[in-house]
Design a protein around this ligand. Structure first.
Ligand code: FES
Length: 150
């Protein structure tokens, strides 16, 4: 059953004709064409689908759109209008991605971490960033977050 669900995405209100139990990930990708948010596992394990809801890093594959309510959703497309968020700049400077597939989720998780903790220790980063990367870019992800925090 579909119906109109109203969501705030990247600062704009959208009325979507989707089922209330549609995962936010698929509403973003299929209904809005915001394909920067990726599907990896679909069970909340990998983090490829990470977005922010009211500033909190959230895995969108397990979040039904009806549960988002009035939460402000920000995707990688809305993180910075010019793609110049400090995390994005650090990612470019250090060539963090390899294949790149998981990196929008990594960047969103890193941006949320730095919002809450602008000067994280290496252990804070390891404890918080649990996103998976099949290319194994973890060392560069860590360096990128340290660079972005500086
Ligand atoms: Fe959502 Fe893997 S696709 S956590």
């Amino acid at each position: 059953m579909t119906g109109t669900i109203s969501l705030t995405i990247n600062g704009k209100r959208h009325d979507l004709d989707v089922s209330p139990d549609t995962p936010l990930l698929w509403a973003l990708r299929d209904a809005l064409g915001l394909t920067g948010t990726k599907f990896g596992c679909g069970i909340g394990a990998c983090g490829a689908c990470t977005v922010h809801i009211d500033g909190i890093a959230t895995r969108s594959c397990g979040m039904p759109v009806e549960a988002v309510g009035d939460g402000a959703v920000v995707t990688i497309e809305g993180l910075d209008p010019d793609g110049r968020h400090p995390v994005q700049q650090a990612w470019q400077e250090l060539s963090v991605p390899q294949c790149g597939y998981c990196q929008s989720g990594m960047i969103m998780a890193a941006a949320a971490l730095l919002r809450d903790n602008p000067d994280p220790t290496e252990q804070d980063i390891r404890d918080t960033i649990t996103n998976l990367c099949r290319c194994g870019t973890y060392h560069r992800v860590l360096s990128g977050i340290v660079r972005a925090a500086a």
